[in-house]
Design a binder for this molecule. Structure first.
Ligand code: AP5
Length: 209
């Protein structure tokens, strides 16, 4: 299975991609996680990316396309992958199409998770991550255990989330008609218990078999 998960910031892409990764034993490729890892490691790429991420802006296409190209070349992607948060611009979508054509591995679907803006703001600002396990929690909807070592993402502050949501509307929402035209777009309602959302996604993916 080769899928991309689309959806605005905090719509549940990472939560659902992690579940699908376990269910299908295929890698989850999250450009956000890769960029945060590069930043934490203090690499040149990480430093460059951090200036965009901290202000809620998209990292330049050539940077993320290079990361994804390298990652898709890995042996573990041969039986499939879940791209989480990539592509986010027309240029990235075109680059992905070219990479997959070269690998003779076409996409099975582009899955959009739909959630209203008010709820996205609440999901982002109350999100916390356990730095030891990488597990994502939510202070209201999925409270962490008392011994978790919690981190509040710097780009989850209200003002920065607003910018990220605007960037999504301006740059990424255009990918819905892009993939619809190719007959690949599938949409699921992302509101409700995460397990219910997973069931909706599984039902959509079953139809692709
Ligand atoms: P990235 O890390 O990809 O951020 P994002 O797209 O903004 O997505 P999020 O990680 O915020 O949310 P999510 O949809 O994964 O939701 P989650 O499952 O965590 O990117 C960060 C930055 O990196 C970007 O701003 C940009 O600068 C850069 N970047 C990354 N990719 C790039 C690219 N391709 N091009 C250019 N720049 C790029 O859930 C959110 C919260 O809600 C959690 O607390 C969770 O517990 C909770 N939750 C999840 N599902 C539910 C549910 N059903 N009900 C209630 N709560 C829920």
């Amino acid at each position: 299975m080769r899928i991309v998960i689309l959806g605005p910031p905090a719509s549940g892409k990472g939560t659902q991609a992690a579940i699908l990764r376990e269910r299908h034993s295929i890698p989850q490729i999250s450009t956000g996680d890769m960029l945060r890892a590069a930043t934490a490691a203090g690499t040149e790429l990480g430093k460059q990316a951090a200036t965009f991420m901290s202000t809620g802006k998209l990292v330049p296409d050539e940077v993320v396309v290079g990361l994804v190209r390298e990652r898709l070349g890995g042996d573990d992607t041969k039986s499939g992958f879940i791209l989480d948060g990539f592509p986010r611009t027309d240029a990235q979508a075109d680059a992905l199409g070219a990479m997959l054509a070269e690998l003779e591995s076409p996409l099975d679907c582009a899955l959009q998770i739909d959630v209203d803006r008010d709820l996205l703001m609440e999901r982002a600002t109350l999100r916390r991550t356990d730095v030891r396990t990488g597990q994502i929690y939510h202070l209201k909807y999925n409270p962490p255990p008392p011994d978790a070592e919690l981190e509040h993402r710097a780009d989850d502050l209200e003002e920065t989330v607003k910018i990220r949501l605007d960037q999504y509307d301006e740059m990424t929402a255009a990918l819905l008609p892009y993939y619809k035209e190719k007959g690949l777009l599938r949409r699921v309602d992302g509101v409700g218990d995460p397990k219910e959302v997973t069931l909706r996604i599984v039902a959509v993916l079953e139809k692709e078999k």
